[in-house]
Design a protein around this ligand. Structure first.
Ligand SMILES: O=C(O)CCC(=O)C(=O)O
Length: 275
């Protein structure tokens, strides 16, 4: 398959369910995006990340621009081929001395994709390391069964439902530090999460969710944005393209998508398969 990863990196991803670190953008560019995100807090009247979930790429031209970054897409193409849809984008920001965390979970539990071939790229907009709560994964977990998630709705958990896989051995975790402007990749079935940030440095990242164009939605017709190649399948409806930052029409679309994603009636993959 074409793309920028070596055969060894592709094989590592297939076997372990993750790969890192890769260069996307210069650190100064990453810092300029953090400044933009900070400015949105005042406009939105709350932490922007509370709204920039699932479809954050429609919120501003620079976000969908970053999703189309050549370095990122070249790496993704190595794993899922040349016809790439952007299924989603979410922001994850921890302040300095932030108790918030991301519990162990599989993205696939609520994505409703078939086949489960989505790949997430987590782009560091600041340095992210073991001291400020970087991403961590359980190697090889993408090859296991769909895990059952407890929906805790813990306010300190940064996930929409506080969805948590119990009884994970933290000793098996691999931490994925990245510098500002670098990214890591994980498979949608890879169990992952992140710890709180007890450090004096903030940790800001943005996750892009990519899938090959042949993937279908298992929960009705939904939307996605073509970011590379061609979509000859037409399984997904197109999405609005932001003309300005926080474009009101796009923000309404984003709010509706985020609320649908959190619909309490939407069962997780493990329960769907069991029923
Ligand atoms: O930023 C984090 O700590 C977690 C992000 C995450 O769960 C994801 O990108 O899928």
């Amino acid at each position: 398959m074409a793309g920028s990863l070596t055969q060894a990196q592709v094989e590592h991803f297939r076997r372990e369910g993750y790969a890192f670190p890769f260069d996307a953008i210069p650190a100064a560019e990453a810092a300029s995006y953090v400044a933009k995100l900070d400015s949105y807090d005042a406009i939105l009247g709350e932490e922007a990340q509370k709204q920039l979930k699932i479809k954050a790429h429609v919120a501003a031209p620079w976000i969908v621009g970053l999703a189309r970054n050549k370095n990122i897409l070249d790496a993704v193409e190595s794993l899922i081929g040349p016809d790439i849809l952007l299924f989603g984008t979410s922001m994850f920001s921890k302040k300095a001395r932030d108790v918030r965390f991301v519990s162990w979970h599989q993205d696939a539990a609520y994505y409703g994709l078939d086949p489960q071939q989505e790949v997430t790229c987590w782009v560091g907009l600041t340095d992210a390391d073991t001291e400020n709560g970087c991403m961590r994964v359980i190697p090889g977990s993408h090859l296991g069964a769909d895990a059952v998630h407890d929906e805790t709705y813990d306010p300190q958990n940064m996930l929409g439902r506080g969805q948590t896989i119990r009884d994970i051995d933290d000793g098996k975790a691999v931490y994925m530090p990245v510098k500002a402007g670098q990214f890591s990749m994980h498979h949608e079935r890879t169990i992952h999460g992140s710890m709180p940030n007890p450090s004096d440095r903030r940790r800001v990242g943005i996750s892009f969710f990519y899938m090959p164009a042949h993937v279908r939605s298992t929960i009705g017709r939904r939307t996605a944005t073509l970011v590379r190649g061609a979509d000859k399948y037409g399984h997904w409806d197109p999405e609005p393209t932001p003309k300005t930052d926080l474009d009101p029409v796009c923000m309404e679309f984003l709010r509706q998508s985020w609320s649908r994603y959190r619909d309490p009636d939407m069962p997780q993959a493990a329960k769907l398969k069991a029923s």
